[in-house]
Design a protein around this ligand. Structure first.
Ligand code: PMV
Length: 333
């Protein structure tokens, strides 16, 4: 019988030592999944039931620095505000840092700045844990390759595994029980015309975090059994679309994938509905534009905001419908 790998054993296999050397710094972008991660096969190791594929958004993300301190607790500053150690953000961060302490009495100063609203479904936990792992790598002078940093980031937040990279990235679900083959890799390509637009419906903190949401879905949603296979098929389609620069195939697959994920959420008990009335209005605006022949699609995560997918040639039409929304061209910076 094989014994289960704990998160601490997992970390100890990856990092060479636990002696902080200097002030470390890390910076990582947010990423938007085009083929979503929803559901864990191992909660402790943050192993997903399906592979996922994302696009990183340059210019939006997290910058973090970390150094050891002489205090009796972690001192955490988020967006220039000192956090109480009882705040959910600080608790989660300190629990993650526990894996890296040489002794329970070793603490850190962590300063982190987000250029995206925290916990608004704009994946600040993805850029947050990726930036933190990069800062740890610098602080401890581990010199780990990206693949290993991706494994570490995954433990903080699954989607963070993909935020180590620019452009498109695939997080392989892996099959090993020890979790060592579940990391993200970049897809080496460029697509200058590719645009992502952010429709902010509500940027206040969401009530149901993704970990809890996923668990409830896996446990109570009867539709969920169809999801892992659907996501693996969509992954193949999106990979093909990227290779062939087939925007229609990419957009269609990504929108349908997001709606399928949300269908499993809605069919969960108690139901999980991240949408607001304005989210549905924005979806209808996307469909109206499509009816007029404009290739625009959307994707949505664990929040009410829409991420629009379109090509640069349609920017004027998109702005006419959605106003001065933030538009990012991930490969054109
Ligand atoms: O990494 P987490 O635990 O924040 O989960 C992310 C879940 C989604 O954003 C809904 C999908 C994804 O793949 O990013």
């Amino acid at each position: 019988m094989t014994t289960k790998t704990t998160a601490q054993q997992f970390i100890d296999q990856i990092i060479p030592h636990k002696t902080p050397k200097k002030l470390g710094f890390g910076e990582a972008p947010v990423n938007i999944a085009l083929n979503k991660y929803w559901g864990k096969r191992d909660v402790e190791l943050n192993l997903p039931t399906n592979s996922s594929l994302s696009i990183s958004l340059p210019g939006l993300g997290t910058k973090t620095s970390i150094e050891k301190n002489q205090h009796t607790e972690d001192i955490i500053t988020l967006n220039k505000q000192l956090l109480s150690k009882e705040s959910p953000f600080a608790k989660r961060l300190s629990l993650f840092l526990n894996y890296f302490r040489a002794a329970p009495t070793q603490f850190f100063n962590i300063t982190t700045e987000n250029s995206v609203p925290t916990a608004a479904g704009l994946a600040s936990s993805a850029s947050g844990y990726a930036a933190l792992v990069l800062a740890l790598n610098d602080c401890f002078e581990w010199n780990l390759p990206n693949q290993k940093l991706s494994l570490l980031a995954r433990l903080g937040s699954g989607s963070a595994s993909r935020s180590l990279y620019k452009g498109f990235a695939i997080w392989h679900k892996g099959t090993a029980n020890n979790g060592l083959d579940s990391y993200a890799e970049p897809i080496k390509t460029s697509w200058a015309e590719f645009c992502v637009g952010l429709v902010e419906v509500d940027i206040s903190e969401k009530k149901m975090g993704s970990t809890q949401g996923m668990q409830n879905t896996v446990e109570t949603c009867e539709l969920y059994s169809a999801w892992p296979q659907k996501a693996e098929q969509d992954l193949l389609k999106i990979k093909q679309a990227i290779k062939q620069k087939n925007f229609k195939l990419l957009g269609k697959t990504a929108e349908n994938n997001a709606l399928s994920m949300h269908a499993t959420m809605i069919a969960t008990w108690p139901p999980i509905l991240y949408w607001q009335a304005e989210s549905v209005t924005a979806m209808q605006q996307v469909w109206q534009l499509r009816d007029k022949g404009i290739e625009i699609y959307f994707t949505m995560d664990a929040g009410p905001n829409l991420k629009l997918l379109f090509l640069a040639s349609d920017i004027i039409e998109i702005k006419k419908m959605f106003g001065e929304i933030l538009i990012i061209q991930p490969f054109n910076v």
